[in-house]
Design a protein around this ligand. Structure first.
Ligand code: SF4
Ligand code: SF4
Ligand code: SF4
Length: 426
């Protein structure tokens, strides 16, 4: 039985992964993928997860050779029943990394981009499409603007209309496993996290406000939002009690509808879960017609698309920062130095802040794979000797493409080891 733990708020899922003791062989493989040491048990004995220190990333689940870890939160049947309810509009919020992985569940080659087939299959199942790339674009405008405000405060003592937002370096905040890691292990650095919500949570709030009013013409309480994510931690994120901002906003406006508060995101399906939903509804994604998304909420830029990879959030933020500070688009637009699977990537970007007529060199770092990589970076920040102004952190090695909710590979994440020698057998 899962016991409510003091590291979870009331209402949150207190852990989303557990280990089936009937299947566990005590082989220890999961331990070398766990970023927090949350897995207990001697070699050869059954293992368990200490939910107090678990950050819900699911890396143990996708890397266990015996299929022993399992998800505690399974919304598949609930989502299917909502899809069949004609009074409800079900908005599927599709994360960038899902579209390159879902095909594998239907026999398409690994890595095949299946965006339009996904749209077709999901619309056939009854989903309305809210592409999370749309919300990733919103996130980056928020996060990029916030970064500029923090830089201008630090360098030029400028106060934004919201006052002083927080110190440098600014950390990205779109990975919920990383956010929980900071809360549990480096709480002194919470002010450094961007105040921007993740794309999933922005999308949920947009669906129940703008989407309800202007796209689907439906009462907000009749919109059922479903995150379609490469990630198990997103199930935890959606359950956080503070993420009911659509309800809070609509209640102030007197438009929240009857009944009690509702969350911005009602349910989260992993890539594996979505394939189960479609299979249960006899929909074969591989043979579905390709369609478009159908609404404005499925439009997006290339910046939103690259969120699924390590370095993508930083690259998108740098484009925004460059445009706002210098008044010109970054050329070339691609920022290849923050791409690739290296665990910690760093780069300095010289810019001129036109408003102040001063040169500014922005030092950025991109960290993927918390295990083995994050501690020295954070310890430098705590000690006040970090050279960085902006740090992107993604829990999973390689970013969300390798998330804990993705299709399970026979060799776990070992395919990454050639590209990431630091990752092998740590
Ligand atoms: S990897 Fe799987 S089988 Fe091995 S100890 Fe972990 S949960 Fe048990
Ligand atoms: S979900 Fe992540 S943090 Fe929790 S036990 Fe598994 S690997 Fe460790
Ligand atoms: S890196 Fe992506 S998939 Fe992994 S925990 Fe973070 S948000 Fe989820």
């Amino acid at each position: 039985m899962i016991v409510l733990d003091k590291t979870y708020q009331k209402g949150e899922h207190p852990g989303v992964i557990a280990i089936d003791h009937g299947l566990c062989k005590g082989c220890d493989a999961c331990k070398r993928h766990c970023p927090t040491g949350a897995i207990t048990g001697m070699f050869g004995a059954v293992h368990s997860i200490d939910i107090t220190s678990c950050i819900n990333c699911g890396q143990c689940l996708v890397n266990c050779p015996f299929g022993a870890p399992y998800e505690l939160v399974d919304p598949v049947d609930d989502v299917i029943s909502k899809l069949k309810d004609k009074n409800i509009t079900v908005a599927g919020i599709i994360a960038p990394a899902v579209r390159v992985a879902i095909g594998e569940e239907f026999g398409l080659p690994a890595g095949k981009l299946a965006t339009k087939k996904m749209y077709g299959a999901m619309r056939k199942a009854g989903f309305e499409i809210l592409d999370n790339n749309f919300a990733a674009d919103l996130t980056i405008m928020e996060e990029g603007t916030e970064f500029i405000q923090r830089v201008r405060h630090a360098l030029f003592n400028e106060e934004s209309e919201h006052g002083h937002i927080g110190p440098l370096p600014q950390f990205t905040s779109c990975c919920p496993a990383w956010v929980r890691f900071v809360e549990l292990y480096y709480p002194a650095l919470l002010p450094n996290l961007s105040t921007a919500k993740s794309p999933q949570q922005m999308a949920g709030a947009v669906a129940k406000t703008y989407g309800a009013m202007h796209v689907w013409n439906k009462a907000p309480e009749k919109i059922f939002t479903v995150g379609i994510m490469p990630c198990t931690a997103k199930k935890f994120e959606a359950s956080r009690p503070e993420f009911n901002s659509a309800y809070q906003y609509l209640a102030k406006e007197g438009k929240a509808g009857a009944g009690s508060s509702y969350p911005d995101v009602d349910a989260v399906l992993t890539t594996r879960d979505l394939s189960t939903v479609l299979k249960k509804m006899n929909i074969d994604l591989a043979h579905e017609k390709e369609t478009d998304g159908g609404t404005l909420l499925a439009e997006y830029t290339g910046a939103g698309t690259i969120f699924g990879n390590t370095g993508g959030v930083m690259e998108a933020a740098l484009r925004t920062a460059h445009k706002v500070l210098t008044g010109e688009e970054m050329k070339p637009l691609e920022f290849k130095k923050v791409r690739g699977f290296k665990g910690v990537k760093t780069v300095s970007v010289p810019l001129t802040d036109k408003k102040y007529g001063k040169k500014v060199t922005v030092n950025v770092a991109v960290v993927n794979g918390l295990r083995g990589n994050i501690k020295p970076v954070l310890d430098d920040v705590v000690q006040g000797r970090s050279p960085y102004h902006f740090i992107e952190v993604m829990n999973c090695p390689g970013g969300c493409v390798n998330g804990g909710g993705q299709p399970i590979q026979k060799n776990g994440s070992s395919w990454l080891e050639a590209a990431m020698p630091w990752f092998a057998w740590k």
